[in-house]
Design a protein around this ligand. Sequence first.
Ligand code: ADP
Ligand code: MG
Length: 734
Amino acid sequence: MTVELGTRLREVVGAGTAAALDRGLGLRTAADLLGHYPFRYAQRGEPADLGALRIGEEVTVFAQVRAANTRELPRKPAKRGKDGKSGKRPPRRMLTEIVVADEAGRTLTLTYFNQPWRDKKLTPGTWGLFAGKVAQFRGRLQLNSPQYQLLEGEGADGAEAVEEFAGALIPVYPATADLPTWKIAKCVRIALDTVADPPDPLPAAVRSRRHLMDYATALRQIHRPDSFESLGAAKQRLKWQEALVMQAVLVGRKAEAALEAATPYGPGGPILERFDASLPFKLTAGQREVGEEIAAELSRPHPMHRILQGDVGSGKTLVALRAMLQVVAHGGQCALLAPTEVLAAQHHRSIAEMLGELARGGELGSPDEATRVVLLTGSATAAQRRDILDDVRSGAAGIVVGTHALLYDGVDFADLGLVVVDEQHRFGVEQRDALRSKAERPPHTLVMTATPIPRTVAMTVYGDLETSRLTELPAGRGSIDTHVVPYRDRRWMDRAWARVREEVAAGRQAYVVCPRVGGDEADDQAGDEEPRPPLAVTDVFDELRAGPLRGLRLGLLHGRLEPDRKDRVMRAYAAGDLDVLVATTVIEVGVDVPSATAMVILDAERFGISQLHQLRGRIGRGRHPGLCLLVSEAAEGSTSRDRLDAVASTTNGFALAELDLEQRREGDVLGASQSGRKSHVKLLSLLRDADIIYAARREATELVESDRGLDSEPRFAALVGDLAADRGDYLEKG
Ligand code: ADP
Ligand code: MG
């Protein structure tokens, strides 16, 4: 029998082991197993980083036995039977404690109950891999009954161990309790020894141009590296494969979309001209430039797929509105999708306001070119909803504002020409497919995001979209001062609340942001691992009202309120009837209250960099300077504190976006991570491998341009096809 990459594992490693590999790690074929790469490589004598262990984690540590000792534990008191006589005498209990240490001298205790022979095997001086779940006992970290593989010394597991670890670099695999890393290593070795060298799926031209190792060698070297050098070459090669396949999918998708037919709308149009004439300010240079790009694309018979990046307040919404008016002018309809109902309602209000009489189509005395702007949310009554849906179906409503539910809700458009997605990271291929079903022809799409996207992310997560950037803010904005405030310092906190009162006394408004709603299970847990749950908005609201902000008009806003109630609170705040809004991140994006000048973010370290930046963008939207206080317990010098300091040091969104990327775990950016779930991107890092990504983009573009179906590269085409079929896996940013 020939064993190939596609062979089922039971034919390679036997039925029992194959079942465990499938159950524990979802590995079914030889290819799956060989694609289960080590996540690090241990070296004899290296520091095992025992300092970084976290309670509850399954770990494999490479360490040396320092001491071994078995003793008898005191017997438990005998239980008394019902009759009051003492029951059976409890059994003897033996505890074996093995202390292991890394180079740095940090120690970890291994414990075994009633296995006194363990200390004969685990003799001081022996090096081994120890795998188990980290637990804590009387303040000390320990592994209870860990499995192990010894490397040398009297207790070493004979010839096999020596052979298995003869190389300098010992692969350490993502493992499970049933399958410690050395068992996986053994299976991999069997697979490497029995599987015929797979043919190389990368186009030969790319391989030679980029000096890439061949596939079979790369697979061997990543699992059983001869040296750091060959390991590096293997990783480079495998990363290239990941990048090239991904880019081929994206470039192919983009090329395909460019061939699709769409309705052209434009350019120009009376309602747009009238609107422009009514604007009380001049467009920024960026708004004009991007506006022209969009206007030209909407006028073509192919669908636009564009993402518009610009910092909070850079005027994206205005750009989008002008695009919508162009479509409306030419008989099309537009959908504006917001991530929450609060934001949808606000968009609806502000668009209606900006358009003025141009939004009162069909009403007595409104201009001929006017249209109607409707809001479709869950809080509409059945009758309201029916009317709105009629307007949408008839085409009377030129602009329909709502949440993403719009896409799935059985809403029929007369002629949906443009979809604008506001502040949305998860608008992926699936959503675009849903949209296609709304219109005979795919509508044009414009995605707006206030998180400036690092280039590598734009090229991967959004790699099938065109991108535009608004880099300047409209003139006349106040600046924002940001400070980190230590939560435990009474004087600082008093001063923070005093500043809020000062702003309110000056006729302005403030936000207080908390990470959590409250009234849930987090309130009941207080273990020693989590000193206290994150601050809850409901608690903070009560405390502020009774204490530091007594006498001010406070509003409470969070995601669990009824939509009606949320809308009322938001309206009251926007109207200036509330001084301070105590809220969760429901206010995160798009909320626009120009007289809000102060923001206090509690437990600020709980938020990501981008999130903090976006929250901060809620203030300083008017002429007055803004004040943002990041309240945190994070210790000076900790990474959390560093993040907060970074946010305090700049308001440049593009700089913070790059930093945010650095601080995120790779898996958060690209979807599935090491959990054993099948993923196409295992090694490639958006952070460290920007060069590979850019170069792969160029190669993929060339490949797709010269051979759209990739017919001359069937093996590569198969990989591209696999990934394309697995949509959403990496395209949706979490
Ligand atoms: P974004 O959606 O990018 O956060 P908005 O489009 O909501 O930004 O614009 C923020 C505010 O700036 C709005 O009140 C808008 O009316 C105003 N604005 C937009 N463009 C300009 C401009 N060119 N000059 C002055 N103000 C502007
Ligand atoms: Mg906006």
